[in-house]
Structure formats: structure tokens, C-alpha cells
Design a protein. Structure first.
Length: 401
């Protein structure tokens, strides 16, 4: 055991950083300026993983956690940090990644946020017999929960309804349950042998019930109210998990689309961003790899009376090489960032502006490093879509040099 070790910073995942014998140690749940006793629980070539044995002096960023499951459950990871310091951590992570990966200096960025708790509208829970909850970190053991403090009230009501069902039917063969809660509720059950549909819907009220992604009860799509827009989504389609912050994010995107411009919307999903900004643009073209999402996008355009938007189903990198006459590209890629071939095609398209929506500032910085010869950062803003976790969204507006 190492005694009275001072934590000097946090890594990108929010873990504390210490140095012992000139070797970096990452310690979950440690915060900058904590002084702790720790044990090394895993040795790696370039760094070690430590575990807090005792906190001798607490950081002024630390707080008591009100969630009873936090230190066992793998759902959150920085709830022990005061929320204003969580926001600073997230801003600094973006700033530091841009500096270290893209050699771009940003002094400060603004961050938008909303409710710290009860914000999520979609979660996936593991099930075993009458247990329902999240898996312990690095484990297959389920942390049995009665409520989730970052999920909305409707989801927590559903957890209680599901628990009543599980207590009555312990031999249910359910592996996982996904709950989407918007204006309506969609539940997807993962199971190799589930045959209790009638019993389930007796206890658990929902508008759509899927089994292994196949509809077995109710509507095939559920309705979402989002600002002045309405969307319908199917089980496989993605929608933002924090509605209040997502509206702020979409408004910011719209503010940065020029009036009467031709917009290319890459990784467009169900078309929500393109539809949201369409009445400001001359035309919008969306590209998305998931076929079900594209079908939803086309239906959502009709639902919102949008007639200047079209969609292509397929990989972004396979479908943009021949596109031209684009003023603005909106790109909202997965965590792995933009495909390198797609970046080269974006450079050839040569738009005036790129609006980059990122959920991973590491790959954001990598991609901007490729683009910076041709584009410079006009503005950047962070959006705390996932309070009490290390994840953070951002929007970077790039303009052609």
C-alpha cells in the first residue's frame, strides 16, 4: 500500500491521476487534490491501475453521493464530483485534447447544461431471474436497483412495474430490457426463450413491445415531441437521450446554418438534425447507414411537412465522392469519428462551413488535425448531455481558410 499520495489531475474517463516512482497511476473515484492511501491492483507497461484504500484529505471538488448504487453500478463514473467541477472537467478535456492531438490552443469554451439528475429517456438494463439493474464495473454481476437517478421518472416507474413482473415470474428467461421513454414508451426484450408476452403487458404498460428487435405488441413506432417538431422512431433507431440539452444543441446547430444554403447532413440517423434546420436551408441531403433509420427519416420529413430534404441509405464514405454544390456540411459521427476516406471527400467537396457534432473529443481533435490545413475553428461549444458521467457532446464550427 502507498500512503498519502496526492492526486494531480483527472484522465479523460474522469479517473484520478497520481505518479508513483515516476509511473502514472489511474485511480477510479479519485479527484484532483485528494490525498489518499492506495493499492496497485493492476500493472501495465506504461501505467498502473490503483484503488482507493482511504481518503486522508478530500478534494474541495468531492461530494457525498446520493445514489445508493453508485460505487457498485457501472452506469455513472463522476457522480462523486460536484456538478460545477464536472462541467469544468468536461470543458478542459475538450481543450486539452485539441491542444495535445491537433496542436490547437483554445483558452475557454462555454458549456450548456440542464438537469443534473433524472434526464435520460433511454436505458438498457440487465436481468437475471428477479434481479434488474446494471452490471458492476468489469463484472457480469447485476447491481439490483429500484430506481436510476439519471433516468427520467417514467423509466423509473417502468423499472418498478418490471420488478413486480419479475418477482411473479422468476423463470422469465430475460437477458436484457431496453426502455425508451418519450411521449410514448417502447420496450425491447432480449431473450432466447421468452414466452410471457401476455403476462408482461399485464404488469408493464407500454405502447410498443419488441422481442429481439421484432414487434410482438403495440405500435411499430413511437411518437416523440421535440421542440416544435414531431418524430416517430422504430426500435433500432437512435434518438438523443437527453431531450432538454438536445434541443439546446439543435438550436445551436441551426444558428450556425446560413440562410438558403445547401446542407449535407452526414451520419444523419432518423433525420432529426436535417429536419430541424430544413426551414432555414435551401436544401438538405442526409446520409445514414442504418436502413430502418433512413425509412424513419423519410417518414419524419413527411410528418413535419418538410419537402426540401432527401436521404441516402449507405456508408458515408461510399456516397459522398460525387456530391458537389454544398455550402455547409453537418457531421455527427459515432465515437470512432469520421472515416478517413470521408474526410478526404469532405475536403474535395470544399464547403464554406463544417458543423462537427462530437460525442468524443479525442476523435474530434484527430479529425480536426486532418482538416486544419483547409479549415479553421470559428467557434466551439460543449453540451453536457450526460451529467454524472465522463461523456460530453460538443459542436465545433469550422470555416474554410
Amino acid at each position: 500500500m502507498y500512503k498519502d499520495i496526492k492526486i494531480i489531475n483527472q484522465n479523460n474517463e474522469g479517473e484520478g491521476i497520481a505518479k508513483i516512482n515516476n509511473k502514472v497511476v489511474f485511480i477510479p473515484y479519485a479527484l484532483k487534490n485528494d490525498i489518499i492511501d492506495l493499492e496497485i491492483i493492476k500493472n501495465n507497461k506504461n501505467f498502473d491501475i490503483g484503488k482507493i484504500v482511504n481518503i486522508n484529505k478530500s478534494s474541495n471538488e468531492r461530494r457525498e453521493v446520493i445514489c445508493p448504487y453508485y460505487y457498485n453500478c457501472g452506469g455513472c463514473n463522476i457522480m462523486h464530483q460536484l456538478y460545477n467541477y464536472q462541467l469544468e472537467f468536461k470543458k478542459n478535456k475538450i481543450i486539452n485534447n485539441l491542444k495535445h492531438i491537433a496542436d490547437i490552443d483554445i483558452n475557454n469554451i462555454d458549456i450548456e447544461y440542464d438537469n443534473e439528475y433524472y434526464y435520460r429517456n433511454h436505458i438498457t438494463l440487465s436481468v437475471s431471474g428477479d434481479k434488474i439493474g446494471f452490471l458492476k464495473t468489469n463484472s457480469n454481476d447485476i447491481v439490483d436497483i429500484d430506481k436510476c437517478m439519471i433516468s427520467n421518472d417514467i423509466i423509473n416507474d417502468k423499472i418498478n412495474e418490471i420488478r413486480i413482473f419479475l418477482n411473479k415470474y422468476k423463470d422469465n428467461n430475460i437477458d436484457k430490457i431496453s426502455i425508451k421513454s418519450y411521449k410514448e414508451i417502447l420496450i425491447n426484450i432480449e431473450s432466447n426463450n421468452f414466452n410471457l408476452k401476455d403476462e408482461f403487458i399485464k404488469y408493464v404498460k407500454c405502447d410498443s413491445l419488441y422481442l429481439n428487435n421484432k414487434l410482438i405488441y403495440g405500435k411499430d413506432k413511437i411518437d416523440i415531441d421535440f421542440g416544435k417538431h414531431k418524430f416517430k422512431i422504430s426500435n433500432r433507431s437512435f434518438f438523443q437521450k437527453n431531450t432538454n440539452v438536445a434541443i439546446k444543441l439543435y438550436d445551436y446547430i441551426k444558428d450556425n446554418v446560413d440562410v438558403n444554403s445547401n446542407v449535407l447532413d452526414l451520419y444523419c440517423g432518423i433525420g432529426s438534425i436535417g429536419i430541424y434546420i430544413a426551414n432555414k436551408a435551401k436544401s438538405v441531403l442526409g446520409i445514414e447507414i442504418i436502413e430502418d433509420a433512413v425509412k424513419d427519416a423519410e417518414n419524419n420529413a413527411i410528418l413535419n411537412n418538410i419537402d426540401n430534404i432527401k436521404f441516402i441509405s449507405g456508408k458515408v464514405e461510399d456516397n459522398i465522392s460525387n456530391i458537389d454544390n454544398i455550402d455547409t456540411i453537418i457531421v455527427d459521427p459515432p465515437r470512432v469519428g469520421i472515416n478517413k476516406n470521408a474526410i478526404n471527400d469532405i475536403i474535395k467537396i470544399n464547403p464554406n462551413k463544417i458543423v462537427y457534432v462530437s460525442c468524443n473529443s479525442t476523435t474530434l481533435a484527430r479529425d480536426i488535425n486532418y482538416l486544419k490545413e483547409y479549415y479553421s475553428i470559428k467557434k466551439i461549444k460543449a453540451f453536457d448531455m450526460f451529467p454524472n458521467t465522463y461523456h460530453c457532446e460538443s459542436i465545433t464550427v469550422l470555416e474554410r481558410r
